[in-house]
Write a protein that binds this ligand. Structure first.
Ligand SMILES: [Zn+2]
Length: 250
């Protein structure tokens, strides 16, 4: 068994543990999502602390005592890209955090997915300069869900598999996709979406922005949030951050 893992990694998240330590969630191409405890990283004078902030791209050396160990030991770090251009803009930071949070909540620990890692890396690069933040973030988020097996059912009724012809079409978070008139019932987590937007969601290619307005972007995101939170028992923090920023397309 390999005891040392030398790998590129993107910091997805970090949480304070006690007064001075941090639990750091890393995403890696060939080892999936990994967690490590960085001792002292929350201290003001820590040299490691600034490198272990979300979005940082790193080369790390980790140590593990046994297979599927919950927390790996961080032996060394070098910074590849702090994504300072993203962090200089609040809206860009908010959308970058949304992508990191999506990968974090949809990826089980120790479950490698090199394509999802590449998608996140490329998405962050493009997020530095794109003019269509909602369109780019949604496109990346949908492709991440497709890669990680969580893409909602958007071409037939998610409940009965039948044809759902309405326009606007109702989406059900609980059922995980669109629902037909017969199945609609009184479900509480329903969001109406124009069919034009639905068609965009199912036809977008990797690397393409979704041509949606801010309002349309918000409507799609509201569905994805409810759907993911319902099925993964997760609370999206980045979306509250996005909602708090008035002008998000710049
Ligand atoms: Zn149905």
């Amino acid at each position: 068994m390999e005891n040392e893992i030398s790998t590129p990694a993107i910091v997805l998240n970090r949480r304070l543990i006690g007064e001075a330590d941090r639990l750091v969630v890393l995403y890696t191409p060939h080892n999936g999502k990994l967690k490590t405890i960085a001792k002292g990283a929350a201290r003001a004078k820590s040299r490691r602390g600034p490198l272990l902030e979300p979005l940082c791209e790193l080369d790390v050396l980790l140590y593990r005592k046994r297979e599927n160990q919950d927390f790996l030991t961080l032996k060394s770090i070098s910074l590849l890209d702090a994504h300072s251009n993203i962090k200089a803009s609040l809206p860009r930071t908010a959308f970058a955090m949304l992508l990191c949070e999506t990968i974090e909540c949809c990826s089980p620990d120790h479950n490698p997915h090199p394509e999802a890692y590449d998608l996140l890396r490329v998405s962050l690069r493009r997020l530095k300069s794109t003019r269509n933040l909602w369109g780019w973030a949604l496109s990346c988020q949908l492709h991440a869900l497709a890669l990680l097996g969580l893409f909602p059912r958007l071409t037939e009724c998610a409940r009965c598999g039948g044809h759902a012809a309405d326009d606007p079409v109702p989406l059900s978070a609980r059922n995980g996709g669109i629902i037909c008139a017969a199945c609609r019932g009184n479900e509480e987590f329903q969001i109406m979406l124009p069919r034009r937007i639905l068609d965009l969601l199912t036809s977008t290619s990797v690397g393409e922005d979704l041509p949606v307005s801010v309002e349309e972007g918000r409507a799609v995101e509201q569905f994805l949030r409810t759907y993911l939170e319902y099925h993964l028992e997760w609370k999206f923090k980045s979306l509250d951050f996005i909602a708090s920023i008035k002008q998000t397309n710049r």
